[in-house]
Design a protein around this ligand. Structure first.
Ligand code: MGD
Ligand code: MGD
Ligand code: MO
Length: 768
């Protein structure tokens, strides 16, 4: 039976101060150097810092925010520096470590402790019934996987997970391997992340990617940032917002939390930012209730349509007539609403005042060019897809897609999550892609859609998926319903993780398990034909090269490309017609193949070598062409809905602290929110706390409620915090145990990690 990791008393007594009202500035610079110096050492660390995001350097393994054309010598942020320090650490986890730590002990450790141990250095094998991992050769590891795969009676008995750090070349080979085997089971982190954006955008504008570039942000009159915390998760976005602000843009922030980064930004790249008061970013802060965004955008759309009754110029009729479809049904839907009742409903669902919505409407009407940016605050709800569709309609009404200074900007998470999708890491790739792949490699790719992340967990639970392979990530910690997922994982025959760092997924395994140590973004990757670079795609569709900079800590680590190619050969045999060794020897050859399969990659090798890379085509952005079913952008009808907690309950959102990258915990502080030395905290509005009898400093269990029963996360410190009424917030992944597996977004199947109904019960695990 899986035991949840013990919480470490040292981490459970957080200090709580006041939330900050500004972000970055000197403390961020000091922190960057402290992390890099401390973990990687200055000899490895400083050259790495100098090369982050430079045209001849490597792509920051942090977030997917793009680099500006003119780069600053320090084109990174505090959290990018932490990501680099985490990967470039000098510490290693070797065979002696595994000999002295039984797997059962590792399963008791916190994610923070596991990550602190250092880089994985050689392939390790956990035999059936064994208590410890022991070293294996690469050939033996591949042979074990091949034997288990040969035993499957159906190729859909294996799932190939991908996290979003994998470069394009490895991702392309990985999906090719899965499809050569005969399965489309390619779940990825995106299923838990921006899948809702992809679903909504593909349906409405014909492509599941954002439609703006950095220049569009600089030219916008109004930028709405909804459901996103860039100060922590995309700090370099603040630089872009500051630049937009200085060029005259106004910014509206929609969030249940007053996040410091969106208040005042002290740009560390300028003297003004380091020494001065910084730039006030947000002009209008709408402190919305969790899940209220569909109600808000629906209200804006209704108001715009009403305003057009007296002033037709409010709408871009020419654009609507020429480029869109479904306007009449959309307008009729909004016309049906009784204004007074609809307003009351909006206020109740959003928690906003009529005046606040009027002020946003006035900013919208004053703006010729509008960009809407969003991240997990919108995508991880049951009604995430309708919410994003309504945002698209909002932009279409005034022609705000496909012209400068305007568009949709879903801000992606992992540094290459968008590129992995472009390379075919998706359980539902369209036939056009499969046709091209089949033609290029002379085989018939499987056509049935594969399993996404949630369905993979269900299939493991039900014994349908028996072999699980992960290209990066930390599946058992990142997925919902930790207890159910861990049980599902333990039901597998074999679990395999290609990883850089130790994490919980190495300790909660199938009957037998393998850890395969991979080179990371910062490591030099050399093959017989010389030093290789990989390519990645950022959040704005720019593809560029990334060159590793530091020598690998062990000769036994392999690149992700070499691992996939070696495995594919071992599994598919000598007769397989894909020249795996040849491709792995020289990544230019992989790029030549990608160029022939994936549209937009003409002249890939030459263009990838250009400083700054190249931008992929995007029909709506480039030519106002919408490759949807009708060939036009689509207005949609989205009945308003929002999550409700019920009396005595709050809506819990699970989010990131300032000291983590997803399940990788860098430290125990959340500086901007004033939390130090601990992570088991829950932010509650003081008025809700008073009603529920929760004093600041009390400890309580969080209990989530779902149709199949309750789930419990013990021992959380109550923190009185100015979040929206009726809402609470706590960190992921400690709270993933509370997210029910079956609580997912319509259409996208994304876990509803931002709206979990919870009640508070007495602390069941008080510290002794
Ligand atoms: N340093 C660092 N950088 C990262 C990551 C990291 O963990 N650490 N993770 C990366 C990844 S994979 C991703 S996907 C991104 C995530 O980037 P974000 O989406 O910024 O991450 P979260 O911490 O989940 O923050 C969600 C934000 O949405 C708000 N929110 C929650 N619910 C709602 C709602 O219903 N409506 C509105 N309007 N707002 C809401 C929250 O208050 C919070 O500000 O960051 C990427 N970058
Ligand atoms: N409750 C809740 N759950 C969430 C979310 C939330 O907001 N709330 N957010 C969701 C989101 S947006 C995402 S994207 C997922 C993230 O889910 P994942 O991508 O699965 O998780 P990560 O924590 O990013 O994975 C970290 C691990 O990746 C490995 N790794 C790091 N770099 C490399 C590399 O270069 N190569 C290889 N092979 N391995 C590497 C390391 O071993 C490290 O331990 O979590 C989701 N889960
Ligand atoms: Mo993500």
């Amino acid at each position: 039976m899986s035991k949840a990791p013990q919480h470490d008393p040292a981490q459970d007594a957080p200090d709580v101060g006041h939330p900050k009202r500004h972000a970055v500035g000197l403390p961020a610079v000091v922190n960057s150097l402290r992390f890099v110096g401390g973990r990687a050492g200055l000899k490895r660390g400083l050259p790495l810092l100098r090369a982050i995001n430079q045209t001849d350097g490597y792509d920051c393994p942090g977030c997917a925010w793009p680099e500006p054309g003119h780069r600053h010598p320090a084109e990174f942020c505090e959290n990018g520096a932490k990501a680099v320090a985490e990967e470039a650490t000098r510490l290693t986890v070797d065979r002696d470590f595994f000999a002295s730590h039984p797997v059962a002990d590792l399963a008791d450790k916190s994610g923070y402790w596991l990550g602190q141990q250092g880089r994985l250095t050689e392939p390790m094998y956990l035999a059936e019934g064994a208590t410890h991992y022991t070293p294996v050769t690469w050939d033996e590891a591949f042979a074990r996987i091949a034997a288990e795969l040969a035993d499957l009676d159906d190729p859909d008995g294996v799932a190939f997970y991908t996290s979003g750090r994998t470069g394009n070349e490895a991702a392309f080979l990985y999906q090719l391997f899965a499809r050569r085997l005969g399965t489309n089971n390619l779940p990825d982190c995106s299923n838990m992340c921006h899948e809702s954006s992809g679903s909504a955008l593909a349906e409405t504008i014909g492509i599941g990617k954002g439609s703006v570039t950095l220049d569009d942000l600089y030219q916008a009159d109004l930028i709405i940032v909804a459901g996103q915390n860039p100060g922590t998760n995309h700090p370099r976005m603040l630089t872009a917002l500051e630049k937009a602000k200085r060029a005259g843009a106004r910014i509206a922030t929609v969030n249940p939390l007053p996040e410091a980064g969106m208040q005042r930004f002290k740009n560390p790249q300028t003297a003004r930012g380091l020494a001065g008061r910084g730039t006030e970013l947000t002009d209008l802060f709408l402190q919305i209730k969790v899940g209220g965004d569909l109600a808000l955008f629906s209200a804006l759309n209704r108001a715009l349509l009403r305003a057009a009754d007296t002033d037709p110029a409010v709408l871009d009729r020419d654009f609507i007539d020429a480029h869109t479809h479904g306007f009449d049904a959309f307008a009729a839907h909004h016309a049906e609403a009784d204004d007074a009742a609809a307003l009351a409903d909006t206020l109740q669902r959003t928690g906003l005042s009529a005046d606040e919505i009027e002020r946003l409407l006035a900013m919208v009407l004053a703006a010729d060019r509008i960009v809407v940016c969003w991240a997990m605050g919108l995508t991880q709800h049951r009604h995430a897809v309708p919410t994003i569709r309504e945002i698209v309609s909002f932009l279409l009404l005034r022609g705000n897609i496909g012209r400068p200074g305007a568009g949709v900007c879903p801000v992606r998470g992992h540094s290459n999550v968008q590129g992995d999708r472009t390379m075919g890491i998706w359980e539902r790739m369209p036939d056009s892609f499969l046709d091209a792949l089949g033609t290029e490699f002379d085989f018939a790719p499987p056509r049935d859609h594969g399993l996404d992340t949630v369905d993979t967990i269900r299939a493991m639970r039900d014994g349908r998926v028996k072999v699980f392979l992960a290209m990066g990530g930390n599946f058992v910690s990142a997925t919902p319903d930790s207890r159910a997922t861990e049980e599902a994982m333990r039901r597998c025959r074999l679990t395999v993780h290609v990883s850089t760092k130790l994490n919980r997924s190495h300790a909660v395994t199938g009957a037998h398990a393998l850890i395969l140590p991979a080179l990371g973004r910062t490591d030099i990757d050399a093959t017989a034909s010389g030093e290789q670079f990989v390519t990645v795609e950022d959040s704005m569709g720019i593809v560029h090269a990334s060159h590793g900079r530091v020598p690998a800590l062990s000769e036994h680590m392999r690149s992700e490309v070499a691992i996939v190619a070696g495995l594919a050969r071992a599994v598919l045999g000598e007769a397989d017609t894909v020249p795996w060794e040849d491709l792995a020897a020289d990544y230019d050859r992989i790029r030549d193949r990608i160029e022939r399969v994936v549209p937009g990659f003409a002249d890939y090798n030459a263009r990838a070598r250009r400083p700054g890379g190249f931008t992929l085509p995007h029909a709506p952005r480039d030519e106002r062409r919408f490759p949807t079913a009708t060939g036009k952008a689509k207005f949609t009808v989205n009945p308003v809905t929002s999550p409700e907690a019920g009396p005595g309950r709050l809506l819990l959102q699970t989010l990131r602290s300032h000291d983590q990258f997803n399940t990788t915990i860098y430290g125990l502080n959340d500086r901007y929110r004033g939390i130090h030395h601990g992570r088991r905290i829950v932010l509650v509005n003081p008025e809700d706390a008073a009603e529920l009898g929760l004093a600041d400093g009390d400890y309580r269990d969080l209990v989530s409620e779902w149709t199949d029963g309750d789930r419990r996360a013990p021992h959380f410190r109550i923190v009185h915090y100015p979040t929206a009424r009726g809402c609470a917030a706590a960190y992921y992944p400690e709270t993933n145990v509370l997210v029910p597996l079956d609580s997912v977004a319509e259409t996208s199947n994304t876990p509803t990690s931002k709206s979990i109904v919870v009640r508070f019960e007495p602390d069941s695990q008080p510290e002794q």
